[in-house]
Design a protein around this ligand. Structure first.
Ligand code: P6P
Length: 335
């Protein structure tokens, strides 16, 4: 028969999760079922985002969420979709959402062993402009004997079982990593509604002259932060200064940084002394992805982001996230 270039060894996310499960002999399959509910919510959110402009779902929903942002209709839909997917999985004991002031406890889920933190549509202020937004998530396992309390989610990122994000760009791109594992990228193939493994074992380049920060905050930065960013604007050994790339949607800025290398930063400053980005569903999940991809993530005190323990469910932190050598350069300015 003539040779065909068709790839018949297609690894779907479903198959990937099954293979992961077989690696853990003690696995009950609960984590796999939770991840299937997760992937359903990404497919559903992706569907609504693509239809938003058509069905005029953009614009304000007239409510405001936990963190005081104006809530857009899609935020509400994304949040509701995510909550119902977690509830129906039967495996989620409690959920922290950027859109919910308080923890959601699924008390009727007897035997549920997981606590999930998520930002259902991060970067949503960009939605009306058609800029890529995303869902960021982190999964913790309940402490032995716990039926699910706040203490089960106010944990350092080092204890995360899995974390990742889905960016709704030209196609839906899912990046997921498990504790001690590699980072794997999947692309949603709408023709048969499956996430296909397209970026196996992602590794972030060791360095790259790209920096990503909101320069509009520079008046409020600490002196050593200013000195660091100013140093990037002068010719480096290459003879050229760094390039600036800032989208203002963390998932999009993070995905580009993961693929191309460079540094993403949202430093704490005099305006936001604890930083802007939230630990549970922005900083910690992204830190786990970048660390497992060979990069680094630190806070303003130059401590590993994954060791930071949130004081409350919407607690914030400054963050530097990116290539290994680029984060080392940040540290050299903050001794
Ligand atoms: P700024 C979006 O609102 C978000 O939470 C992140 O997605 C993004 O990185 C950051 O805030 C952008 O903040 O102050 O630069 O607009």
């Amino acid at each position: 028969s003539e040779s065909t270039s068709v790839n018949t060894n297609i690894v779907t996310l479903t198959r990937f999760l099954t293979e992961e499960q077989t690696k853990h002999r003690e696995a009950t399959g609960d984590f796999t079922l939770l991840c299937h509910a997760l992937q359903f919510s990404f497919k559903a959110i992706s569907y609504y985002i693509r239809r938003a402009t058509l069905v005029n779902l953009t614009g304000l929903a007239g409510q405001s969420n936990a963190t005081g942002d104006d809530q857009k209709k899609l935020d509400v839909i994304g949040n509701d979709l995510f909550i119902s997917a977690m509830r129906s999985s039967g495996k989620c004991a409690l959920l922290v959402s950027e859109e919910e002031e308080e923890i959601i406890y699924f008390k009727d889920q007897t035997g549920a062993r997981y606590a999930v933190a998520c930002d259902p549509i991060d970067g949503s202020s960009n939605l009306d402009a058609g800029v890529s937004v995303g869902t960021i998530f982190g999964i913790h396992k309940l402490a032995d004997g716990s039926s699910g309390t706040k203490e089960d989610i106010l944990r350092p990122g080092t204890e995360l079982l899995a974390a990742g994000f889905t960016m709704y760009g030209a196609s839906a791109q899912l990046v997921i990593t498990m504790k001690g594992g590699t980072v794997n990228g999947f692309t949603l193939d709408n023709s048969f509604g499956e996430f296909i493994l397209t970026h196996p074992d992602m590794k972030i380049p060791k360095k790259r002259a790209i920096y990503s920060v909101n320069e509009g905050n520079s008046l409020y930065w600490e002196e050593n932060t200013k000195a660091y960013f100013n140093s990037l604007k002068h010719p480096q050994e290459s003879g050229k200064p760094y390039s600036a790339r800032y989208i203002g949607s963390m998932v999009a800025d993070a995905y580009r940084t993961l693929l191309y290398g460079g540094i993403f930063a949202y430093p704490a400053d005099k305006k936001s002394p604890k930083g802007k980005l939230r630990i549970l569903y922005e900083c910690a999940p992204m830190a786990m992805v970048f660390e497992n991809a060979g990069g680094q993530a630190i806070n303003d005190k130059m401590e590993p982001m994954l060791q930071v323990v949130p004081e409350s469910i919407h607690d914030r932190s400054g963050i530097y996230l990116g290539s290994y050598d680029e984060v080392e350069k940040v540290k050299s300015f903050h001794k």
